[in-house]
Write a protein that binds this ligand. Structure first.
Ligand SMILES: [Zn+2]
Length: 256
């Protein structure tokens, strides 16, 4: 089983250190900065072998080159983004496997936030590292992709086992919650979750990871089939992607 260490950095980013104790293999997911990652490695006596990047944004790859210089690690990212992931050594395509000791991940193409966005799914550990595609109670902004692309990506993630833990790259949950309750105010599970999120944040605790089953029940971006959401948006009977696109549009201009 993987040990997963969550390192909060910058304003609201999470970097993850994955450690497979049998082999000692260790990887960092989306190191925005190198310093706190090197400190965490030092404190545990772990040796960094790999960096896994979900996409090219600076707050996900900013520590790549410094980590590579300090540890000699191998940098893994999407083949399609080979030209803009600093220091990339291994370019994976959709469905290809990444092995970390006895653990293994499948790389999933999930474009929309950026055109070359990927997720790393460790099936045996029920862990998904999805960068800025799916957030707790939210989803990433569409900087380079279309709503159709993002919806296909979210449908892929939505189909993973419900017990999958969702390790997204930002602590955005509280702001996402304020928006979510405007879209589906009658969702009791959502209201209960918002209370839990607020209590956690009052204590300065992380709301990430979440469980995919919670997202399916409460995240409006995964719920375009909800009759309440459709009625509120005035979109009965349209394809799910159109409901998703309207929720995304509203979030873009939401001032909570
Ligand atoms: Zn991003």
């Amino acid at each position: 089983m993987l040990e997963i260490l969550q390192i909060p950095v910058l304003e609201d980013n999470y970097v993850y250190l994955l450690h497979e104790p049998g082999s000692g293999a260790t990887a960092a997911v989306d190191p925005a900065v190198a310093g706190p990652v090197l400190e965490a490695l030092d404190a545990r006596g772990w040796r960094l072998g790999h960096v896994l990047n979900t996409h090219h944004h600076g707050d996900h790859v900013g520590g790549n080159l410094e980590l590579k210089a300090a540890t000699g690690c191998t940098i893994v990212g999407a083949a399609g983004d080979r030209h803009r992931i600093p220091g990339i050594d291994v370019a994976l395509k959709d469905g290809e496997e990444f092995r970390l000791g006895s653990a293994s991940a499948r790389m999933l193409d999930v474009p929309g936030h950026t055109s070359g966005h990927v997720a790393f799914w460790f099936e045996d550990d029920a862990a998904l590292f999805c960068g800025d595609t799916l957030f707790a109670l939210g989803c990433g902004r569409l900087f380079e992709g279309s709503a159709e692309q993002m919806w296909r990506s979210l449908e892929r993630l939505r189909a993973l086992p419900a017990e999958t833990k969702v390790f997204c790259a930002h602590e955005y949950t509280q702001a996402n919650a304020r928006f979510a309750v405007t879209i589906e105010p009658g969702n009791v599970a959502l209201r209960e979750r918002v209370e839990r999120v607020e209590a956690l944040r009052r204590e300065g605790a992380a709301t990430v990871p979440s469980i995919l089953s919670e997202e399916l029940a409460t995240n409006p971006f995964l719920r375009p089939e909800s009759p309440e959401i459709r009625a509120r948006l005035g979109l009965p009977g349209v394809p799910e992607v159109e409901v998703f696109a309207e929720i995304r549009r509203r979030k873009d201009v939401f001032r909570g």
